[in-house]
Write a protein that binds this ligand. Structure first.
Ligand code: NAD
Length: 514
């Protein structure tokens, strides 16, 4: 397979300059030391180099940040929601102003192509707009009481400090999903970003601090702590952190969930996916191929919603594979900041090793692998790969795992029931799709006995969700919902209020006492 790619990559010096310019434009006063100094290494998968060392927070710093956010909560919770919304509105304006600066940092740190990095920042702007509207719409129900002269209702209150732990692959949007909603709900936030993306976190923190200053909100409503999992664990174990919203691997969720539950805290888990698309005989193949290629190869297969499995009807499987393989062969791979490239680098060497290991396992299970090789771009530390298409005889063990790399397994089916069974037969339950022009198949896929995922799309790929809907998945994906719809309820606590405005004291269920 021939794949076009750029051989020239920006140098570490060039990437450092881009970071400095972007941070300066954003107004982030960052202490950027040379690599190999004590602190947190800030690198780029584009060249595979460590660019800077940035300050790393200690357990004591984290303690202080939680205490400050807990203290700020005491006033923030009674600040009127539309006033809280004004802070998020200002954050949205600043994000709009600095969209390309922040996108530059996302590209440098996470390796996303420019268009996807800009899209990620746009998602932040969108969620700010959503949250500002929400700040005037937080509502509770009034329910018919069985007793005369009584009013029964629900009120919603902020929960307290929200600990936000995020993954490398959406270094800024997931913070914004959580923070914009949490702030209008009256919560305060302590954010622990991925240790792989500290520069984008510094930029986001500078913007929220400026937004706070501009509207007169206390900066303690949103704090940042940088470090590895041990800093995340401080948030997980601290009883002042009422809600832990953690995005990352199933492995991480398996550790975080029980620890938060053990102290009766609330957890919102957004974990790994293993997303499939069923392609039926009636599918519009042109549309399906375009959607499949974007979902499977976009972000170099490093989205939680990346398409990892195609379940194709036997009658169209050959044709579909031929077309996807042809599209893969023409995908420009290389420096994600170069216009025209569509596939950037893997995040690090471990991601590449995981990909190689999964492809070996797939071959051992009888899989036929097309693509999946590393490109020599002249730098040992950078990992550029061509996306792999793997025709599998069955959904074997390796297919049940999320390998965070561009591997698309192709399976076949004869009848829709068995296709849905294959879709659901993995431990994760994030996103899914069906390509069909048959309304009965589409409806069946979305019905109670259809896809068991949190996202079930028709004639759209598995990735690229809009912020208006609730986002999240079932089973090992963790069950959390973030972003739109009524996901805000996860950031609030509910009180049921019964008000007796009669002069009598009737008891519920007709109970008599006295
Ligand atoms: P990761 O699990 O390695 O790390 C995620 C975050 O958790 C990091 O900030 C890390 O420091 C922290 N962490 C790890 N162990 C911890 C612990 N025991 N206690 C507290 N914090 C801990 O994930 P990653 O490699 O950065 O990201 C890729 C994974 O994230 C993939 O599995 C992907 O599917 C998933 N993801 C899911 C969603 C979603 O919304 N469902 C979104 C983005 C990414």
């Amino acid at each position: 397979m021939t794949v076009m790619h750029t051989n020239t990559l920006p140098t570490a010096t060039d990437l450092r300059d881009r970071v400095r310019v972007a941070l300066q434009a954003i107004g982030a006063d960052a202490r950027l030391e040379a690599p190999n100094q004590p602190g947190l290494p800030a690198g780029s998968p584009i060249s595979g180099n460590v660019l800077f060392t940035v300050p790393e927070h200690t357990a004591a710093d984290t303690e202080e940040a939680i205490a400050a956010a807990a203290a700020a909560f005491l006033d923030w919770r009674t600040t009127p929601a539309p006033v809280r919304g004004a802070l998020v509105a200002r954050l949205g304006e600043l994000l709009t102003e600095h969209k390309s600066d922040l996108a530059t940092l996302v590209t440098v740190e996470a390796g996303k192509i420019t268009s996807e990095a800009l899209g990620e920042v746009q998602e932040m702007i969108d969620i700010c707009q959503f949250a500002v509207g929400l700040s005037r719409q937080l509502y509770g129900k009034t329910i018919a009481s069985e007793r005369p002269g009584h009013r029964l209702m629900e009120t919603w209150h902020p929960v307290g400090v929200v600990g936000v732990i995020t993954a490398f692959n959406f270094p800024v949007a997931v913070w914004a999903w959580n923070t914009a909603i949490a702030l209008v709900c009256g919560d305060t936030v302590v954010w622990k970003p991925s240790e792989l993306t500290p520069l984008t976190a510094i930029a986001c923190q500078a913007l929220i601090e400026r937004a706070c200053a501009d509207v007169g909100a206390p900066p303690e409503v949103s704090r940042l702590v940088q470090g590895g999992r041990e800093i995340g664990e401080k948030l997980v174990d601290d009883p002042r952190v009422a809600l832990v919203s953690a995005t990352g691997s199933v492995r991480m969720g398996r550790e975080v969930g029980p620890r938060v539950a053990a102290r009766f805290g609330k957890a919102l888990l957004e974990l790994g996916g293993n997303n499939a698309a069923i392609v039926t005989p009636s599918a519009d193949l042109d549309l399906a191929v375009r959607a499949i290629v974007f979902s499977a190869a976009g972000t170099a297969g490093q989205r939680c919603t990346t398409l990892r499995r195609v379940i194709a009807h036997t009658s169209i499987a050959e044709e579909l594979c031929r077309r996807v393989a042809a599209a893969y062969a023409s995908l420009p791979i290389g420096d994600p900041s170069t216009e025209g490239n569509l596939v950037g680098p893997l995040i690090h060497a471990r991601a590449y090793r995981d990909m190689v290991g999964a492809l070996e396992a797939a071959r051992a299970d009888g899989g036929e692998v097309i693509g999946g090789h590393r490109h020599d771009v002249g730098d040992e530390g950078a990992y550029y790969v061509s996306p792999a298409l793997v025709r599998m005889p069955a959904q074997t063990e390796v297919v049940h795992h999320e390998t965070f790399a561009p591997i698309l397994y192709v399976l076949t089916y004869e009848d829709l029931d068995s296709a849905i069974e294959l879709n659901n037969a993995v431990p994760q339950g994030l996103s899914s799709a069906i390509f069909t022009t048959d309304i009965r198949e589409a409806e069946r896929f979305m019905a109670a006995d259809g896809s068991d995922c949190g996202i079930a799309n028709v004639n759209i790929g598995t990735s690229g969700a809009e912020i208006g809907g609730a986002f999240g998945g079932e089973k090992q994906t963790g069950g959390g919902r973030e972003s739109g719809s009524d996901s805000w309820k996860a950031y609030m606590r509910r009180a049921t209020n019964t008000v007796n405005y009669s002069g009598e004291l009737p008891l519920a269920q007709g109970v008599r006492f006295g």
